[in-house]
Ligand binder design. Structure first.
Ligand code: 2U9
Length: 355
């Protein structure tokens, strides 16, 4: 208190040094926090920052202060000014919010809370996480890899012919130095097989890119989940069984799966698979265009040529692989008509989904 008296007596600058100003700042901030009313707060402001307040006194007194102390005193005086002004403003806010700020009576339990609305996982994240969870029960681990790939890992290693249309610039985002944005997550499986001997049991979820005109069902960047199971005596029956297991856990226990012959350069034999329509149970409706079936994606037994590329002996191991478009599954599951809605992050749309 002696210090203030000295100060209050208007004999500005004398006897003051930097630590005195630091102490004064602490005192001023304390008085501001303790002010229980707007008037009391205004008194604190006037006392320290008013035209005839302590701080202007200090500023004018600085010229008489010990030159060695002056720089520190000036800096501390400015700090006092900034921090006290901030504390006064915060305290004024608290008082206006009607809470005394000292905890007493601050919290009025009868007041309704401000409902901020519960967030939810995005449909794409949900389908990926659910798929990871389901295949984890089958012993599949998750593998990841770069979005920017080499032509070798994205095409050559997958036995994709040099003249295959998917290599064309209108299909693939080519970058410099023969790099490209991966068109599917299959290069991840190639890299895993290059890095370890069989057995392999992985799923590779991730973002993929195809130079597609974005419309209600196509987007230039989308998500895929691919799976690979390589070991001795892996068969097409394993593939059919595991895809059916997955379908029933993701879409419902009564979902059936249909396999149709197809062709992919990286699998032989290849299939496309459909889930029975979860809306009409297969009887036929608008969602499944009266067919009772919804086309999901493709799969097949890994082409021996691919095994040779990664140094696996196709006479010692066999394997199955499958792919699926995540957006497609999310649109089917949540009844979404336009893929673009999945990227617009429009809260009205996201909140409309029964997630
Ligand atoms: C290796 C060997 C084979 C992955 C496969 C598909 C079939 C497939 C579609 C998913 C959505 C393409 O974008 S999409 O329409 N993918 O139908 N993917 S078999 O086959 C592999 C992968 C890696 C080493």
């Amino acid at each position: 208190m002696a210090l203030l008296f000295l100060w209050d007596s208007g004999r500005s600058g004398q006897f003051m040094n930097a630590s005195d100003i630091a102490a004064l700042k602490k005192q001023a901030l304390g008085e501001a926090q303790a002010a229980g009313t707007a008037d009391a707060l205004e008194q604190v402001r006037i006392k320290y920052l008013g035209r005839k307040g302590l701080l202007p006194g200090i500023m004018t007194g600085l010229k008489d202060a010990d030159p060695a102390e002056r720089p520190a005193m000036g800096r501390l005086a400015n700090e006092l000014k900034q921090e006290l002004a901030a504390r006064l403003a915060a305290r004024r806010g608290e008082l206006q919010a009607g809470s005394a700020g000292d905890g007493a009576g601050a919290f009025d339990p009868t007041l309704p809370g401000r409902w901020r609305g519960l967030g939810a996982r995005h449909p794409i994240s949900r389908v990926i996480e659910e798929t990871i969870r389901i295949f984890d029960t089958l012993g599949f681990s998750v593998a990841d890899g770069p979005d920017i790939e080499t032509e070798y890992h994205n095409f050559d290693a997958l036995n994709t012919p040099d003249d295959h249309p998917s290599r064309d610039t209108q299909d693939t985002f080519w970058l410099e130095a023969g790099r490209l944005l991966r068109t599917q997550t299959s290069p991840v499986q190639i890299r895993v097989m290059e890095s370890q001997p069989p057995p392999v049991r992985i799923i590779a979820p991730g973002r993929c890119y195809r130079r597609d005109t974005t419309d209600a069902t196509h987007s230039a960047n989308f998500h895929q989940i691919e799976g690979l199971y390589v070991d001795r005596r892996v068969s097409l029956a394993d593939l059919k069984g595991d895809i059916t297991y997955f379908a029933q856990r993701l879409m419902g226990a009564d979902v059936k799966v249909r396999f149709r012959p197809h062709f992919f350069p990286f699998t032989e034999p290849s299939v496309e698979y459909d889930f029975s329509c979860h809306v009409c149970g297969g009887k036929g409706c608008r969602v499944c265009k009266q067919s009772g079936w919804i086309e999901i994606s493709g799969a097949g037994m890994v082409n021996p040529k691919v095994f040779r590329k990664v140094g696996y002996d196709p006479d010692a191991v066999t394997g199955y692989a499958f792919g699926m478009g995540v957006e497609r599954i999310a649109m089917i599951r949540y009844g979404i008509q336009d893929i673009r809605l999945l990227y617009d992050n429009d809260r009205r749309f996201l909140e409309s989904l029964s997630l």
